[in-house]
Design a protein around this ligand. Structure first.
Ligand SMILES: Nc1ncnc2c1ncn2[C@@H]1O[C@H](COP(=O)(O)OP(=O)(O)OP(=O)(O)O)[C@@H](O)[C@H]1O
Ligand SMILES: [Mg+2]
Length: 365
């Protein structure tokens, strides 16, 4: 059914609220992720990585940042493939001084950092790069060099979940510079309701009407809170209610849409991994014994689960192995908050490794 020919006026709507458009003012939820990225930028950290499956809201998230963060910002919907397009991104916003024009001084890929530094002076630039999973190693390398050589830049790059793996396996230098890792998973029930309400009110409607509370609940269950699926499902329901001449969208109508049956589970992924300031050598020397031996083990073997650590260290003095694992788990969490270790979800368990900075402490000592 074409949106143009449908009359949404019976609910006071001037158009269909559930079109798949990206509009930063319709952004809801993802509070923890928003906080993490804002902290990242405020602290002028260099690289943040945002991953999420298609439709999770990566572009919306970046556009929201672009609209709401008060600093110089540059959003690109896709990383450019040619060096000259890459350079143009910056010359388009910063332009040229008369002097530069007279000398025809257009920066090359290699003089670009110098050019940007000169333009930025004390200002901070937030560089937002979308769809980074499509880019190749070379382009990621340009981005890395750029963030290394510009004093005042935070790079926030977003892509599908495979991007993280790709970076890890192909570009360790880039991987080690990622300070904040954020994953966009899905919205909770309350956020789904907010999403529906915001969209309805934006087209002139009232609250969640014609949806009932029960309907929202069912929509959440069926879509798993996955934003694009929520929109698609609501769109179907609205059109079906109009066809049937119903004033209200309730659970009963949803029951009729058996064809949409998504898994009810929420995705289990770490939402935010943050690497705070790395500890100094002295702080490191003063750590309690247990923390130290765990770090020493991790300096020899990367990416271990708490269970593997207990097994390797043959920890005694615990009532049972499960007790030991729980205790190691708590120690690791503390070490993570203090910037010693980083973690990743692998299936149900977390695996831990030293942060790059702490690794160098071990190499030096
Ligand atoms: N947090 C959110 N609040 C409100 N709407 C959202 C949110 N996240 C996503 N949406 C909506 O869901 C749809 C999909 O979001 P978006 O296009 O940002 O996803 P994406 O992760 O960039 O997907 P892709 O990988 O396919 O580019 C959009 O129409 C967007 O408006
Ligand atoms: Mg997108």
């Amino acid at each position: 059914m074409n949106n143009m020919n449908i009359d949404f006026s019976k609910w006071g709507w001037k158009e269909n609220p559930f079109v798949l458009k990206i509009d930063p003012k319709l952004f809801v939820g993802y509070n923890e992720q928003v906080k993490a990225v804002l902290d990242h930028i405020k602290n002028k950290h260099k690289i943040a990585l945002i991953t999420g499956k298609t439709g999770a809201g990566k572009s919306t998230f970046l556009k929201w940042l672009e609209a709401n963060y008060d600093a110089s910002k540059l959003y690109v919907s896709k990383p450019p493939k040619k060096p000259e397009d890459f350079v143009n991104l910056f010359t388009d916003i910063f332009g040229f001084s008369i002097w530069e024009r007279i000398l025809r001084k257009k920066p090359s890929l290699y003089t670009l950092p110098e050019y940007i530094n000169k333009k930025l002076k004390e200002n901070h630039l937030v560089f937002l790069v979308d769809e980074a999973h499509e880019t190749n190693k070379e382009v990621l390398e340009w981005l890395r060099v750029l963030t290394d050589q510009i004093d005042n830049v935070s790079l926030v790059i977003a892509g599908m979940p495979n991007l993280e793996q790709k970076i890890k396996s192909e570009l360790e230098t880039f991987d080690q510079r990622i300070i904040t890792r954020i994953s966009l998973t899905s919205l909770d029930k309350n956020e789904v309701k907010q999403l529906v309400r915001k969209r309805i009110e934006d087209v002139g409607g009232e609250g969640i009407k014609p949806f009932t509370e029960g309907a929202i609940e069912k929509i959440y269950e069926r879509t798993g809170g996955f934003p694009r699926e929520v929109l698609k499902f609501c769109d179907r329901l609205v059109k079906s209610a109009l066809e049937k001449n119903l004033d209200v969208i309730d659970e009963k109508l949803i029951e009729e849409h058996k064809e949409i049956e998504l898994p009810k589970v929420r995705l289990e992924e770490p939402v935010v991994t943050f690497m705070p300031k790395p500890p100094t050598e002295e702080q490191f020397r003063n750590l309690p014994f247990k923390q130290k031996i765990i770090l020493e083990l991790l300096s020899k073997k990367d990416w271990l689960t708490p269970r593997a650590i207990v097994e390797e260290l043959e920890l005694k003095n615990y009532k049972s192995k499960e007790h030991a694992i729980r205790s190691v788990n708590n120690i690791l969490k503390r070490l993570m908050l203090e910037g010693y270790v980083q973690r990743e979800a692998r299936g149900k368990a977390y695996m831990y490794a030293l942060t790059p900075k702490v690794k160098t402490l071990f190499v030096e000592s």
